[in-house]
Design a protein around this ligand. Structure first.
Ligand code: GUN
Length: 285
């Protein structure tokens, strides 16, 4: 069996077109959705992600502000900037790129962002809302992964979904979103004893461990949907996922490539959350 490749680039374009229509409708009413992206420090990967987020906003005609702060910025200065953006009516979404430098308490930062502008969905109130099934902002990467499953026609209800990774950004919210769609969910980590026992039983396998090619074809249930959230740069400069694509695609029913799978969806869902935040402001909700 050769898996159907889930083309994240094409699906991201379709989803962006849907959200562009909604953004255009708001603009016709005089409201331009606006996103502020804050980066503190010089992390090269973060710089690329942030530049791509700002670029995506421009492509969809959204307003954006790119706030660049030096690595030694005091925590209080960052918190003051967040407070300013929370109060700015041109801004509907505020995002601080993670990780922040060690002297800054990331929990304090995430709690300072207004829950109504928290387009990452990382504020404890929004995490709680996701947990209780009243989601307001879905964290962008798992939201994008869920969209890929939906657009590829993968059924979730009643299926066994195994998520490897327990981060607040991907693993935990992904598990909650799958649970909300009535999957039976198992959360593993890269340290789970006899991991293959779990992965071989997964109808849907989501891998977010940051360990290159750790999931091989022999660990996958024939016909499973495999979502690879990993992005790892190899010694030869090429990107690869947490799944060994070549062996996995011979066994899986569906699989996301790296690059070109989950990656393009993350920024798309950020744009979606920003437009949604602006819609809520416009409707007073
Ligand atoms: N760092 C890695 N992924 C993310 C994300 O989705 N949002 C933010 N703010 N930082 C990140």
């Amino acid at each position: 069996m050769t898996a159907q490749i889930i083309d994240g680039k094409t699906i991201a374009q379709q989803v962006r077109a849907e959200w562009k229509e909604r953004a255009d409708a708001l603009k016709a009413r005089g409201i331009t959705p606006g996103l502020a992206v804050i980066i503190v420090g010089e992390d090269p990967a973060s710089k690329v992600y942030v530049a791509n987020k700002v670029k995506a906003c421009a492509e969809l005609g959204l307003h954006s502000e790119h706030v660049v702060m030096s690595a030694d910025t005091p925590e209080a200065t960052l918190l003051a900037k967040i407070a300013e953006l929370n109060a700015d009516p041109k801004i509907h979404g505020v995002l601080v790129q993670l990780p922040v430098p060690k002297h800054i308490d990331s929990s304090k930062v995430l709690e300072a962002i207004s829950p109504d502008k928290d387009v990452d969905g990382f504020h404890p109130l929004n995490v709680g809302a996701l947990t209780t099934g009243n989601m307001r902002f879905a964290p962008c990467t798992p939201y994008g992964a869920m969209k890929l499953l939906e657009k590829s026609g993968v059924s979730i209800e009643g299926k066994h979904a195994v998520v490897i990774g327990r981060s607040n950004i991907v693993g935990k919210p992904m598990a909650l979103m799958l649970l909300q769609q009535n999957a039976t969910v198992t959360i593993c980590t890269s340290r789970t004893v006899d991991l293959a026992k779990f992965t071989r039983d997964a109808d849907i396998l989501v891998v977010a461990t940051g360990k290159p090619k750790m999931i091989t074809g022999d660990m996958i249930k024939p016909g499973a949907a495999v979502i690879d959230v990993g992005i790892n740069r190899m010694a030869d400069g090429k990107l690869c996922g947490d799944v060994d694509f070549d062996s996995a695609k011979e066994v899986a029913g569906w699989i996301t490539p790296v690059p070109g799978g989950v990656g393009p969806m993350t920024i798309t869902m950020l744009v979606a959350n920003t437009v949604q935040a602006a819609e809520r402001t416009a409707s007073g909700k």
